[in-house]
Design a protein around this ligand. Structure first.
Ligand SMILES: Cc1cc2nc3c(=O)[nH]c(=O)nc-3n(C[C@H](O)[C@H](O)[C@H](O)COP(=O)(O)OP(=O)(O)OC[C@H]3O[C@@H](n4cnc5c(N)ncnc54)[C@H](O)[C@@H]3O)c2cc1C
Length: 302
């Protein structure tokens, strides 16, 4: 069984990652991307060997990701751990893709269980630790605590002379998403009172009948994806100033209403007479939107 482990180090916070790899017990190869002093420090903390890569002036470490991944892949380590910094993450991403390794973020510990690698990682926002077992190669981003490591005799160090990939950044105009909401005269907006994605066509029909733009509350766009994110209204979305804002099946949370402070008239359809939106709406219809909307459309067509 190949028990070789590698650690990719891209910043000063590397001791926890190295210790996690060393806890597996096999020979550890440390790849250090950065200044020589960093590589020297790592070399005296117990790895079997250090491969040192110093990016050329003006070349970002990311430019070496592909060629470095080829070096890692040639050694085919069973476990590959990176420090949790931009360099470590980019290098690990390329290497894990070439190695066909399982990429696991948030790792706090590693162990062997026979031929399986056990990966402990923080879950539920750090409230609990879960253990994953895998019999394939693992690429882990270390997110545990820093530790102190005993000094050892310096490990042999080799300099990696890798060719950076040709990188080109093309700056282009930002893509403005035109929704028409900014200068719309009328906006019909819907929330979670609409129960199914297929029912969005009902509200769209009302918007068309009123020659209005269609908008929504945040959960409709963010959680459900029933409308583009560029179309939700509120504190973190659009702030709009239409002559009429018709809110359909929207509770009227403060965060939502912040987006329509500038509306001249706010009207609401809601089945709950206690709905918060009725506290701020100028006009309100208490009713089931599935009954009210067809009736409204029929009225408009008259
Ligand atoms: C930091 C932060 C920022 C936020 N920013 C935004 C934001 O920018 N925009 C935003 O929208 N939200 C935002 N929110 C979320 C906000 O707090 C509310 O959770 C959200 O607006 C609720 O969406 P909703 O009204 O569609 O859903 P719900 O709260 O579920 O309300 C659904 C409403 O539909 C009614 N209803 C149900 N069935 C029917 C029916 N058949 N006919 C008629 N009415 C019916 C119900 O009575 C209810 O009032 C933010 C929250 C946080 C914490």
């Amino acid at each position: 069984m190949n028990t070789a482990s590698w650690v990719l180090i891209g910043s000063e916070a590397w001791r926890g990652a190295l210790a996690a790899v060393q806890s597996l017990g096999g020979a550890v190869t440390a790849v250090v991307v950065g200044p020589r002093e960093l590589a020297d420090d790592v070399a005296t903390a117990g790895p079997a060997e250090v491969l040192w890569l110093e990016p050329a002036d003006g070349i970002p470490a990311e430019a070496y990701a592909e060629t470095l991944a080829a070096v890692v892949t040639a050694a085919a380590p069973r476990v590959l751990v990176a420090t949790s910094d931009p360099i470590g993450r980019v290098l690990l991403g390329s290497a894990s893709a070439q190695l066909h390794a399982r990429l696991v973020p948030g790792v706090v510990g590693l162990a062997w269980d026979g031929e399986k690698v056990l990966v402990q990682r923080a879950a539920v926002g750090g409230a609990t630790i879960e253990t994953l077992a895998t019999d394939g190669p693992v690429a882990a981003i270390y997110a545990g605590d820093e530790v102190s490591l005993p000094a050892s005799a310096p490990a042999p160090m080799s300099r990696l002379d890798l060719v950076p990939a040709a990188m080109r950044v093309v700056a282009s105009e930002p893509l403005a998403v035109a929704t028409g909401l900014d200068d719309a005269e009328r906006v019909v907006s819907f929330g979670r009172g609409v129960h199914a994605k297929d029912d969005v066509s009902l509200v769209r029909g009302l918007a068309e009948a009123l020659d209005a733009e269609l908008a929504c509350s945040m959960p409709i766009a963010d959680d459900l994806g029933w409308l583009e994110k560029s179309r939700y209204v509120g504190r973190s979305g659009n702030h709009i100033t239409p002559a009429l804002y018709l809110a359909v099946g929207i509770a009227g949370a403060a965060q939502h209403m912040e987006g329509v402070r500038g509306a001249k008239v706010v009207a609401a359809i809601n089945s709950d007479p206690e709905a918060r939106i009725f506290q701020t709406a100028d006009y309100g219809i208490v009713g089931d939107l599935y009954e009210v909307i067809p009736a409204l459309i029929a009225e408009v067509h008259k």
